[in-house]
Design a protein around this ligand. Structure first.
Ligand code: DMJ
Length: 641
């Protein structure tokens, strides 16, 4: 790079005024006054001429083009505009020239200095030993770890905590009902105590082998899934010693800085949901702190080209990926669509809108997409933003997405109209294309696969009975009665799926094909793994109708669980509900304590325990309070609107 010669504005040279000592002193004394006067006159005429020449030059001569030849040091001219062809050519306005020259010089010096500094640093590095370099890297690492720790232990802003309404009590008046409720509490104690003895700290329990158990959804680490999932059930049942025991384990052991790949959905609904519910019920800060620490670890899962999160994320590295079996690398509707409730609460509690924005982005993206027959396919590719296989279900892979649309509306104190609209549209399409009546008069929800309806309903889809009942109030065209009735029909069908088995426990999935109604056909669909959905639906229907049949059906299920799933080391799933000599699968699922036993307990409690106008249950049965934001904001801070 060469510095261009800088020329004066006019291009002429002005002879310097000699104000110094006279150049011909020997004449000085001899000059007379008149001569001095004439000289002065000539001088002033000359100055006037120069001055005039400067002012009367044509305007264009004031602008001079300079080709700086500096492609990398650009001081764009204000008039250059977007279409300027040669960014190296500058138009320099007269009065600005000096400033530009200085700026140019400054930049050049800075570049030179930076280069020299980088060179020095590189030389310095080369002189260092491997050990020294290694030590430096370690120091840098611990600095980063330290700053992350500070972030982890940071004090969260105080926000108005919603009132803890109906967090205990609910004693039923009827003695018979009270006894049943006591029995459910005893079952909870049996499940918890055995986990405490044989599986403490592990994710789940093997009640027959009497040891810890885990699956890939929890990653490779012992994160005490059962403890976190069970906390709120223990709390509402008044099992306070057990609750405090769980709290202590969480305080001392629950650590998310582990090299472990977990399911974003499962960790969100069980851990974040469980911790948030424990916080709102008990008011203990530790649960909120842990929920936020974990949520921060999940955020890298959203780093995809579309913002649709990966199904799994490594809690340490933040690397995400999808399940190998999910339609050509797709993310799953029921997974990325079941984050809203927890993430809205996280933003509320932290004052950090990041969580809220992540889930709203998902919603906006879904709204823009075409939906075949108005139905949402279960698979969406997070790289391309396109649907994967056209498979729609209200059971597995789709279920809780619909549930969260409705619950987003309820949780917002019925102000999130967009969510309600999306729920109503989705339910209308589901009713039109997926809900059918069998020959024997049972209403079921089928699955849409590549253009045809499969007449099969999963145990998971049985939750929809409760969802339709919960969404009845506020439905379009005042169809509340219709949706309550639809919920009741689904409850009846799911009860039939239980009643038509040997164990009075429902299979994983059942068919409606010719003479086959509400019965599993394939061996691989005959298992019952302590799932809650049918009992969940009984409970919602009970709350809205107080029809005693729901308590009766719930009790039948409780007795069957007690009879066929209870073992001395806890509770286990069974492999074939049509066989009177059941084989156990030897797994006590964490959702048995979080959901199944909680819904049973609520079914035999009075309605003032966790009233539905104040609490909304996440898909893992963790109650989160309705956020009434009229006097505050989502970030909890009245100043941030
Ligand atoms: C639970 O983890 C949740 O209810 C989820 O939404 C689906 N299934 C299991 C229990 O069956």
């Amino acid at each position: 790079m060469t510095t261009p010669a800088l020329l004066p504005l006019s291009g002429r040279r002005i002879p310097p005024l000699n104000l110094g000592p006279p150049s011909f002193p020997h004449h000085r004394a001899t000059l007379r006054l008149s001569e001095k006067f004439i000289l002065l006159l000539i001088l002033s005429a000359f100055i006037t001429l120069c001055f005039g020449a400067f002012f009367f030059l044509p305007d264009s001569s004031k602008h001079k083009r300079f080709d700086l030849g500096l492609e990398d040091v650009l001081i764009p001219h204000v008039d250059a505009g977007k279409g300027a062809k040669n960014p190296g050519v500058f138009l320099i306005h007269g009065p600005d020239e000096h400033r530009h020259r200085e700026e140019e010089e400054r930049l050049r010096n800075k570049i030179r200095a930076d280069h020299e500094k980088a060179l020095e640093e590189a030389k310095e590095k080369l002189r260092k030993s491997r050990e020294e370099i290694h030590a430096e890297i370690q120091t840098e690492k611990s600095k980063v770890a330290q700053s992350m720790k500070i972030k982890e232990t940071r004090v969260l802003p105080p926000v108005p905590v919603p009132q803890r309404i109906g967090v205990s009590g609910g004693d039923p008046e009827d003695t018979e009902i009270r006894k049943k409720r006591e029995k459910i509490k005893e079952m909870m104690k049996h499940a918890w105590d055995n986990y405490r003895t044989y599986g403490w700290g592990h994710n789940e329990l093997r009640p027959i082998a009497r040891k810890g158990h885990s699956t890939n959804i929890f990653g490779s680490s012992q994160m005490g899934a059962t403890i976190v999932d069970a906390l709120d059930t223990l709390y509402i049942m008044g099992l306070h010693d057990e609750f405090m025991d769980g709290k202590k384990w969480i305080e001392d052991n629950l650590d998310f800085s582990v090299n472990s790949e977990v399911s974003v959905f499962e960790v969100n609904i069980r851990f974040i949901g469980g911790l948030l519910a424990a916080y709102y019920l008990s008011g203990e800060e530790i649960f909120k702190t842990k929920a936020v620490q974990l949520a921060e670890k999940l955020l890298p899962a959203f780093n995809t080209p579309t913002g649709i999160p990966w199904a799994m994320v490594n809690l340490k590295s933040g690397v995400g990926r999808n399940w190998g079996w999910a339609s050509a690398g797709s993310s799953i509707l029921a997974e990325f669509g079941t984050l809203h409730m927890e993430f809205v609460h996280l933003s509320y509690l932290t004052g950090d809108l990041t969580y809220y924005k992540k889930v709203m982005h998902i919603r906006k993206l879904l709204q823009k997409m075409d939906r075949p027959n108005g139905l949402y396919p279960n698979y969406l590719n997070p790289r391309t933003g396109r649907w994967g296989q056209y498979h729609t279900s209200v059971g597995g892979l789709g279920d809780s997405f619909y549930e969260y649309l409705l619950k987003a509306w309820l949780m917002s104190d019925k102000t999130d109209h967009e969510a309600r609209r999306m729920y109503d549209d989705a339910v209308e399409a589901i009713e039109k294309h997926l809900i059918k009546k069998s020959r024997g008069g049972l209403v079921f929800i089928g699955e849409w696969k590549n253009g045809h309806l499969e007449r099969k309903m999963g145990h998971l889809a049985c939750f929809a009975g409760g969802m339709f009942a919960l969404g009845a109030d506020g439905s379009r065209k005042d169809k509340a009665g219709h949706y309550l009735e639809l919920g009741a029909e689904i409850a009846r069908t799911c009860h039939e799926s239980y009643d038509r088995t040997a164990l009075k426990l429902g299979p994983e999935s059942f068919k409606f094909d010719g003479a086959v109604e509400a019965v599993a056909v394939r061996q691989a669909e005959k298992y019952y793994i302590l799932r809650p959905e049918v009992i969940e639906t009984y409970w919602y229907l009970w709350r809205f109708t107080h029809d005693p049949r729901y308590r009766q059906w719930g009790w039948e299920a409780a007795l069957a669980i007690e009879k066929y799933c209870r073992v001395s080391g806890g509770f286990s799933g069974v492999k074939d509900v049509y066989s009177l000599t059941p084989t156990h699968d030897d797994v006590q699922q964490s959702f048995f304590l979080a959901e199944t036993l909680k819904y049973l307990y609520l079914l035999f409690s009075a309605d003032d325990l966790l009233p539905l106008d104040h609490w909304v249950f996440n898909t893992e049965a963790h109650p989160l309070p309705v956020l009434r934001l009229a006097n505050t904001t989502l970030s909890g801070n009245p100043a941030v609107r």
